[in-house]
Design a binder for this molecule. Sequence first.
Ligand SMILES: NC(=O)c1ccc[n+]([C@@H]2O[C@H](COP(=O)([O-])OP(=O)(O)OC[C@H]3O[C@@H](n4cnc5c(N)ncnc54)[C@H](O)[C@@H]3O)[C@@H](O)[C@H]2O)c1
Length: 351
Amino acid sequence: MTTWLVTGGAGFIGGNFVLEAIADGIRVVNLDVLTYAGNLDTLASLQGNPAHVFVEGDIGDRDLVARLLAEHRPDAVINFAAESHVDRSIDGPGAFVQTNVVGTLVLLEAVRDYWKSLEGGARDAFRFLHVSTDEVYGSLGDSGKFVETTPYAPNSPYSASKAASDHLVRAFHHTYGLPVLTTNCSNNYGPYQFPEKLIPLVIAKAIAGEPLPIYGDGMNVRDWLYVGDHCSAIRAVLAGGRVGETYNVGGNAERPNIEVVNVICALLDERRPREDGQPRSSQITYVKDRPGHDRRYAIDASKLESELGWTPAHSFEQGIADTVDWYLDNQPWVQRVLDGSYRLERIGATV
Ligand SMILES: NC(=O)c1ccc[n+]([C@@H]2O[C@H](COP(=O)([O-])OP(=O)(O)OC[C@H]3O[C@@H](n4cnc5c(N)ncnc54)[C@H](O)[C@@H]3O)[C@@H](O)[C@H]2O)c1
C-alpha cells in the first residue's frame, strides 16, 4: 500500500487532498500542528479509518519528523504546512518565517536523511513535493502571465517566506540530490476553506446580512483555481513530474475581486433570497486597500498541460456555484470554525 506523509493536512487544501487520497486507497500520515487554520472537523469522516494516521505536531520538530519517517516509511512527502494568509503576515511576519522558512528547512533535512537511508527502487521512486504559490512572482500589469521562469519578486511577508522555502527546496535538489518537485498555484477556493479568505468570507458575511468589504477599487485580479483541480494537479506532478522541476497550476479563471463578489451575491440571491428582497450586492462596501496589494496575478499552466496532460476540470462558474452550495449545506462546519477566536474581523490593515 502506498504511504504518503502529508503536512498541513488539517488545513484547507491539505484537508481536501487527504480526503481524496484516502478515498483512492492511499495511506496517509497527516502531520499538522493545528494552528487557528487547522480543523479536524474537515477530517471527521476519517475517524476510525486505519488508512489515516493523524499526528499533531510541527514540521519544525526534527526528532518528531525523523521518527514518523522511520516508522511509516512513506513513498512521498507532500508539504502543505504553512502560515498562509497575507493579511496575517502584515501584522505578524515572524510566524511566517518560522513555519514557512525554518520549518520547511527542518523538514527538508529530516526528509533528506530518510531518503538517503532508502535503497534501490524505493530510493529512486521517492519524491518530496512542495506546495507553493504564484505570489512569489510578484505583481503583473494589465497583460502577461507568470511562467515557471518568471523571476521571483515577492511583495508581502507571506510571499517572501514562501519564496525562501521554494529556494531551499530547489537547493536541496541541487546540493544533496533530493528528488523534489514544486508546484506554484493561483488562489484556491472550494469546500473547507477557512472563512478569512475572500470567497468563504463573502459567503459568510452575505448570509449574515453584514457589509461585504472590498479592498481598494475591487479591480485586483486573481486567477481562481478550484481546490479539487489543484489536488488533481498535485497528483499528476507527483506521478509524472520531472525531478527538480517547478510546475505552475492555474484555473484559467482570471477575475477582478468585485466580479467574484457579485457572482457570489447573485448565486445567494437565487438560492436564499434576502427577506427584504434586496440584492446582496447592496451589502458591498469599499474599504481601505491592503498595504502593498498586488494588482494582478495570472498563471500560464501550459507546462503542466503539455508535459502531464493536466487541465482544470472546473470552469469558474461551475466551481463557484458548487462552492456556494457547499457552504450553504455545511453551515455547522462554518459555525464551529467561527466558535474559535477568529470572528471575521479585519486584520493586516494597520500600516
Ligand atoms: N489557499 C490558497 O489559495 C493557496 C494558494 C497558493 C498556495 N497555497 C499554499 O498551499 C498550502 C496550503 O494552503 P491552505 O490554504 O490549505 O492553508 P491553511 O492555512 O488552510 O492550512 C495550513 C495548515 O498547515 C498547518 N500548519 C501551520 N503551521 C504548521 C507547522 N509548523 N507544522 C505543521 N502544520 C502546520 C495548519 O494547522 C493548517 O492546518 C500552503 O503552503 C500555501 O502557502 C495556498
